[in-house]
Design a protein around this ligand. Structure first.
Ligand SMILES: Cc1ncc(COP(=O)(O)O)c(C=O)c1O
Length: 446
């Protein structure tokens, strides 16, 4: 599709790639000029982005470091139980691809109540102790589609500051007002609810950049006291937490007090997809009003069969869960002993908040040069001056790999001085305040 051209200057065809880094440019000008981007868009890129790309990222795209070789220690994925390529899951997908040739590619709203899709929904609902579930194309679609329907312009939505972007997008799609509350702070939430009235409270059970656990019981108590509904995103706890990987809500015996659970199936389930739980009375209403549900096509049969097999594998993966917790405890305590500020979380996601983007990239590059690959998180995933190198742990990390990560962290600490980062000072202040208040924040590790 040709783009709109909204200023005269932009209507002159020109090389729209001229300002891109050399690696992004095309070869000699043998082809006809492409339709030009609008002048307004080019101005916006120049104003908001190109300085950042050039000066802070050194002309490289921020999340693109080096290619990890076969010996690399990969701490940049979300396959916490190391299920990718699991024989039973692959077999289920292949069998379905061979068998289910007569597929109809369509929106999930057309799938009947006796379809494999619906059977998977029932199995997922039972797994997390919910009445019903709706399968979605992704965790992102689940969050946007749910909030778009359950919130509206008159519903305040109280959302933890660190909740996932898709939840904020859902609030926007609903035309509702977001009332952010301080991360993991039920007292702050209570004050906001006294001021703005009942609505919807939105949290992640395990936060995606820090690995912090939500104080879910306290949050629910505040929500109940103010007659509000609760949405809990279990993307980073489904499969890893609770008995048989049922998640934090089930682990704490709180499933019946949470109105909606959402989750990505692209984390511990290592697949594509997501789901949300819901009471049966809401099912058709939501299916009829949730735009991602209506206007985007559903998962394919082999994806459904793969996820069905994955659910069985996840349930039986106690060994991997135990190993993941042991790896988490060991890596976290070693990093803490070396002076890295990791008190922002407790679980399998370790977020090193380096601060400025250029400094985070320098740490990423130094680690990658030594064979350890994390993932860079910058704005809009974090505030501009609070960028993070995230390291996600998984159950298949070997002793040798863990020892290597520890060696690299030890070697780099004197140069990067993590104890001097603003995040280290902040965590120190927070620990002091907690000690003063005589309270602690609990881990939900099962
Ligand atoms: C907490 C949380 N919710 C939702 C999502 C979106 O999941 P998906 O990748 O399946 O769209 C993510 C993924 O980044 C996440 O971390």
């Amino acid at each position: 599709m040709h783009g709109e051209v909204d200023t005269p200057a932009a209507s002159v065809a020109h090389d729209a790639t001229a300002s891109l880094p050399p690696t992004c440019q095309e070869g000699p000008a043998a082809r006809p000029a492409r339709a030009a981007l609008s002048g307004r868009l080019r101005e916006r890129m120049a104003r908001d982005f190109q300085g950042r790309l050039r000066d802070e990222w050194g002309g490289r795209f921020v999340t693109h470091g080096r290619s990890p070789g076969p010996q690399a220690v990969r701490l940049d994925g979300n396959d916490y139980l190391s299920l990718s390529g699991h024989e039973r899951i692959v077999r289920a997908q292949i069998d379905s691809l061979r068998r289910d040739r007569d597929i109809v590619v369509q929106s999930g709203v057309f799938h009947l109540e006796d379809s494999p899709t619906h059977r998977l929904e029932q199995a997922l609902a039972a797994h997390v102790d919910a009445e019903g579930a709706l399968l979605c194309q992704s965790g992102y679609a689940a969050n946007v589609g749910l909030l778009q329907v359950i919130a509206d312009a008159d519903t305040p939505v109280y959302i933890d500051n660190l909740a996932h972007m898709s939840l904020w997008e859902g609030i926007r799609a609903a035309g509702a007002t977001a009332r952010p509350f301080r991360h993991n702070d039920p007292a702050f939430l209570a004050r906001a609810m006294r001021r703005h009235g009942p609505g919807i409270v939105v949290v992640d059970t395990v936060y995606s950049i820090t690995g912090a656990v939500c104080p879910l019981r306290e949050i629910i108590e505040v929500a109940e006291a103010h007659g509000s509904m609760v949405v809990a995103d279990e993307s980073h706890s489904l499969g890893t937490h609770g008995p048989q990987g049922r998640g934090v809500c089930a682990q704490l015996g709180l499933s019946h007090r949470v109105h909606f659970i959402t989750a990505s199936l692209a984390k511990a389930f290592a697949g594509r997809g997501g789901f949300l739980t819901l009471p049966q009375e809401l099912r058709y209403y939501l299916m009829c009003h949730s735009f991602p549900s209506i206007f985007s096509s559903a998962l394919l049969p082999h994806e459904i069969e793969g996820l069905r097999a994955t659910l069985d594998v996840v349930r039986e993966a106690d060994g991997a869960r135990v190993r993941l917790r042991a790896v988490t405890a060991r890596v976290r305590s070693r990093l803490a002993a070396l002076g890295y500020p990791v008190a922002n979380g407790t679980e399998q996601i370790v977020g090193l908040e380096v601060g400025l983007e250029a400094d985070t990239l320098a740490l990423r590059d130094a680690m990658e040069a030594r064979g350890v690959f994390g993932a860079v998180f910058v704005a809009p995933a974090t505030p501009r001056d609070r960028s993070v190198l995230r390291m996600t742990l998984h159950a298949d990390l070997t002793e040798a790999e863990i020892a290597h990560v520890e060696r690299v962290a030890t070697e780099l600490a004197p140069a990067f001085r993590p104890w001097d980062w603003a995040s280290a000072r902040r965590q120190g202040r927070e620990a002091g305040a907690r000690a003063g208040a005589g309270s602690g924040s609990g881990s939900a590790s099962a």
